[in-house]
Design a binder for this molecule. Structure first.
Ligand SMILES: [Zn+2]
Length: 399
């Protein structure tokens, strides 16, 4: 079993000494993005585009019971063989290497079927095996499916590091019927993750030295995706959440699933990330938080912190109001962070300053500015929450 050298996009896209070039604009994307109710039943047909015969399916026990039979019957109808592998739940090096050893030399494609953690683990395993990865998200809770990067965590869920891959997923197949049947909290978390996209892309574009996740300059196209992503959420977010409550696939749900998965995914990777994701990743090191909250819920708070840092009070309140309406945390208290807890505040400030993409902000960020922004989010968010009420937040957290 041979593990390839880690791939660093900077080694490809960052101008080398002496070549005199400016940092280029780079956009990457999966080869195909397919979304609609029932598309999972055609997975075998779509896979004929990738030219494979033996397919590993990385899936949890729950997913195996619910989506397994449909996947297997579609693969069988195209005479493809399937090897099922049980996803244990965490995107850790331990889990990834276990599956790498199990699958080495046995398959020519890997299908990752599940939420963000399974999707990211699938990308890392496929990279180590040197085979294409196909992503079948069963939740619209995160922006992981479309990117050529994974976020790795310790076995207990604390953020560890990024892994990058030279290839984007060959296919991303999102069955909106499956997404609509998942608990509403997942869709809301995806909206929290997606809302950051536009604000982070703006920061990277404004900063002449801002770089995207490929260590290249953002394109106008990726920034435009971030903008339409935010606009779609404001327009359809509440209606999409209502659709999921009645397990109904309607136009609003289709729009929000595309925003959460495609627009947010391409937008963050090629448009760039900044303080919003820095705060979110740092939240995973606060005791009790990674077990209780989703990535997108932490990104929601991170987005508010970034807006407060930019001194955009009105926009902070507007976004916090949207979060309160769809049941996302609108202030730090709703993420179980007590702003009078000095140790927690110090961790948040220091972790965000250490985050490699905080430098994408179009101004220098220091500890006192971050501290002020965190307190301001608490103040603005709490006032919004008392105005809107916490019915939606409670419903999702207690449900
Ligand atoms: Zn994210």
């Amino acid at each position: 079993m041979q593990t390839p050298e880690p791939y660093q996009p900077a080694s490809i896209f960052t101008p080398q000494a002496g070549d005199g070039a400016a940092t280029p604009r780079v956009l990457i994307a999966p080869q195909r993005y397919i979304q609609g109710p029932g598309v999972i039943d055609n997975i075998g047909r779509y896979l004929t585009l990738v030219n494979v015969r033996r397919v590993a399916i990385l899936i949890s026990d729950r997913g195996r019971a619910s989506e397994g039979p449909r996947l297997l019957s579609s693969l069988e109808s195209e005479n493809m063989e399937a090897v099922l592998c049980r996803f244990g739940g965490e995107t850790s090096v331990e889990e990834i290497e276990l599956h790498q050893a199990e699958l080495d030399g046995r398959v020519d494609c890997l299908l990752a079927v599940g939420g963000g953690k399974c999707v990211d683990a699938g990308k890392s395993i496929a990279f180590r095996l040197g085979i294409p990865v196909v992503i079948v998200p069963t939740l619209a809770s995160n922006d992981a499916p479309c990117s050529a990067a994974s976020v790795l965590y310790s076995p207990s869920g604390v953020y560890s590091h990024f892994e990058f891959f030279p290839q984007s997923p060959a296919l991303v197949v999102v069955d909106t019927g499956i997404v609509a049947a998942a608990p509403e909290r997942y869709l809301a978390a995806g909206m929290g993750d997606a809302m950051a996209t536009w604000y982070e892309a703006q920061a990277c574009l404004k900063n002449p030295n801002g770089i995207n996740v490929l260590f290249a300059r953002p394109t106008l196209a990726s920034t435009a995706m971030g903008e339409i992503c935010a606009r779609t959420l404001f327009e359809h977010g509440v209606a999409a959440a209502t659709a999921v409550r009645s397990r109904n696939v309607d136009a609003s749900l289709e729009a929000v699933v595309e925003a959460n998965t495609l627009l947010s995914g391409l937008g963050f990777e090629s448009g760039g990330v900044a303080v919003a994701h820095g705060v979110a990743q740092t939240c995973t090191s606060l005791p009790g938080i990674p077990e209780r909250y989703h990535h997108g819920e932490m990104v929601a708070i991170g987005t508010l912190v970034q807006l407060a840092l930019e001194e955009r009070r009105d926009e902070t309140a507007k976004v916090a109001r949207f979060f309160a309406h769809v049941g996302l945390p609108a202030h730090l208290g709703q993420l179980s962070v007590d702003t009078s807890d000095t140790a927690a505040m110090d961790t948040l400030v220091e972790g965000t300053l250490d985050w490699p993409f905080t430098v994408n902000m179009p101004f220098d960020v220091d500890a006192s500015m971050l501290r002020r922004a965190l307190l301001e989010v608490q103040e603005i968010g709490a006032s919004v929450a008392s105005e809107v009420g916490d019915t939606a937040y409670r419903r999702l957290q207690d449900g």
